[in-house]
Write a protein that binds this ligand. Structure first.
Ligand code: PLP
Length: 403
C-alpha cells in the first residue's frame, strides 16, 4: 500500500485556500512556542492571527476545557438552556463593560458576530443602509465581506449586499455621509488588515457624535483588538467613547472558537420578536468554548501585568526595530506592522524567520508589511532576540539587493 505523508494528505484532502500554504506541521504548542515533529521550536510572533493572547495551551484554559468537557459539551441550540459557562462569561464581560453594553449574544466566529450585528442594526433602527471604511476587514461571509473595504477579496463574489457605502478612514469630512438613513457604521478601532492604522482620537469622537446625532448605531469591530492586545482590555477605552454594539472573537475564546456581539438589553430585544429567533445558532456559545473564554478572561483580569505591560513591549519593539530597510513600525500595543519596501522583502523576511524559528506573516491588504502580534506574554528577552534576528535578516536582504 502506498504511504502518504501528512503533508500530502493535507494537500489532497484538506480544502486549500492558497497555492502556497506555510505547511508547518506542528505537533504541540505551549506558551510562546510551537514545536514541529522534528522538535524544532518556533517563537510565535502572530498568536495565530491575534488569538492566543495568553500564549498556547495555558494551563488554566486547558483545565477549564477539560472540566467542562466532562460535564457537558452541547445540549441545545443557543438561547434555550441556562449554561453556567455562558452565564458567567456574559456576566463577567458585563461587569467590565460600560452600562449600555450589558447583553451578550454568543456566536461561533468573528464573521458571525458581524452578521448578527448587521441584522440587529437593521431591526432596531428599521433602516437599510450601512457604512464602513475603506481597507476595513470584517470577515469572509457575505455580509461581512460586503462591509469590508477592499476589492481584493470581493470582486469575484459580487453581487454582494447593497446599500453599503465605504468612507475613507480617519477622514472627518467624509462623516457627513452618515445620515438618518444609516442603520449602523461599522469601524475597526485599529484597522488591522490594512497594515495596522489606529483611528485618530478626533475622528473616532466625531464619528461617535455623528452617529448619536443621526440615530445611527456605532459598531466597533474589536475582533482583532479586543482582550488586551491594544494595551487596554478593549481598544475603544483609549478614546473615551463607547460604541452601541461591540464585536469580539479571536482572542476572546482563549484558543477556542467563540465570538460575541454585545449591545444594550433594549437593542438586543428586537431579536426576540417578529420573527421570534431573530438570530439562530446551533453551537454559538458552546459550553466548552464559553468555559475557555471565561478562564481566559478571568486570567486576564486576575493577572493584570499582561495587559499593563503591552505599551512597554510595544515601545521595546519600536526601539529595537531600527534599520534602513524598515520604512515604518506602525500600530497600537502588540498589534504592529513593520513596513518594508516591497512584498518580496516581506516574503524573504517571513521565510528567513521560519528558518530561524520565528513564525510571522503579512497582512491581507498590506503584503509589504510584516505582522507583529505576539501573545501578550512575550518577554523582553524574547522581543530582543526576535528583533536581532529580524535585523540580521534585513541586512542579508539589503546585501542581496546590491548584486
Ligand atoms: N473583523 C476583524 C477586524 C478581523 O480581523 C477578522 C478576522 O481576521 C474578522 C472580523 C473575522 O473574524 P473570523 O475570521 O473569526 O470570522
Amino acid at each position: 500500500m502506498q504511504h502518504f505523508t501528512q503533508r500530502q494528505l493535507f494537500l489532497q484532502h484538506v480544502a486549500q485556500t492558497s497555492d502556497a500554504p506555510l505547511l508547518l506541521e506542528i505537533v504541540r504548542a505551549h506558551g510562546m512556542y510551537l514545536y514541529d515533529a522534528s522538535g524544532k521550536k518556533y517563537l510565535d510572533l502572530i498568536a495565530g492571527i491575534s488569538v492566543s493572547n495568553l500564549g498556547h495551551t495555558h494551563p488554566k484554559i486547558v483545565a477549564a476545557v477539560q472540566e467542562q468537557a466532562e460535564k457537558y459539551m452541547h445540549l441545545m441550540v443557543y438561547g434555550e438552556y441556562v449554561y453556567t459557562p455562558q452565564v458567567l462569561l456574559s456576566k463577567t464581560l458585563a461587569e467590565i463593560l460600560p452600562s449600555n453594553l450589558q447583553s451578550v449574544y454568543l456566536v461561533n466566529s468573528g464573521a458571525e458576530a458581524v452578521e448578527g450585528a448587521m441584522k440587529l442594526a437593521k431591526r432596531f433602527t428599521k433602516r437599510k443602509e450601512f457604512i464602513s471604511f475603506n481597507q476595513s476587514y470584517h470577515g469572509s461571509t457575505q455580509g461581512a465581506l460586503s462591509l469590508s473595504g477592499d476589492d481584493f477579496l470581493k470582486t469575484n463574489y459580487r453581487p454582494l449586499l447593497p446599500h453599503i457605502a465605504h468612507l475613507p478612514y480617519n477622514d472627518m469630512a467624509a462623516l457627513s455621509a452618515i445620515t438618518t438613513n444609516t442603520a449602523a457604521v461599522f469601524a475597526e478601532v485599529v484597522q488591522a488588515e490594512a497594515g495596522v492604522f489606529p483611528a485618530d482620537a478626533a475622528f473616532l469622537q466625531a464619528l461617535r457624535q455623528k452617529c448619536t446625532e443621526t440615530g445611527t448605531l456605532l459598531v466597533f469591530d474589536e475582533i482583532q483588538t479586543g482582550m488586551g492586545r491594544s494595551g487596554k482590555m478593549f481598544a475603544f477605552e483609549h478614546y473615551n467613547i463607547v460604541p452601541d454594539i461591540l464585536l469580539l472573537a479571536k482572542a476572546f475564546g482563549g484558543g477556542l472558537p467563540i465570538g460575541a456581539f454585545i449591545a444594550s438589553q433594549e437593542i438586543m430585544r428586537v431579536l426576540t420578536f417578529e420573527p421570534v429567533l431573530g438570530h439562530i445558532t446551533t453551537f454559538g456559545g458552546n459550553a466548552v468554548c464559553a468555559a475557555a473564554a471565561l478562564a481566559h478572561l478571568q486570567t486576564l483580569l486576575g493577572e493584570p501585568q499582561w495587559i499593563d505591560s503591552v505599551a512597554q513591549k510595544e515601545a521595546l519593539f519600536n526601539k529595537l526595530l531600527q534599520h534602513p530597510a524598515i520604512k515604518a513600525v506602525r500600530g497600537k500595543g502588540l498589534l504592529l506592522a513593520m513596513e518594508l519596501e516591497s512584498a518580496e522583502a516581506v516574503q524573504f523576511c517571513i521565510g528567513e524567520c521560519l528558518e530561524r524559528g520565528i513564525v510571522t506573516d503579512w497582512f491581507l491588504y498590506a503584503p509589504h508589511c510584516v505582522r507583529i502580534a505576539p501573545p501578550l506574554i512575550i518577554t523582553d528577552e524574547q522581543i530582543s532576540w526576535v528583533c536581532s534576528q529580524i535585523l540580521e535578516i534585513l541586512a542579508v536582504w539589503e546585501e542581496r539587493k546590491q548584486f
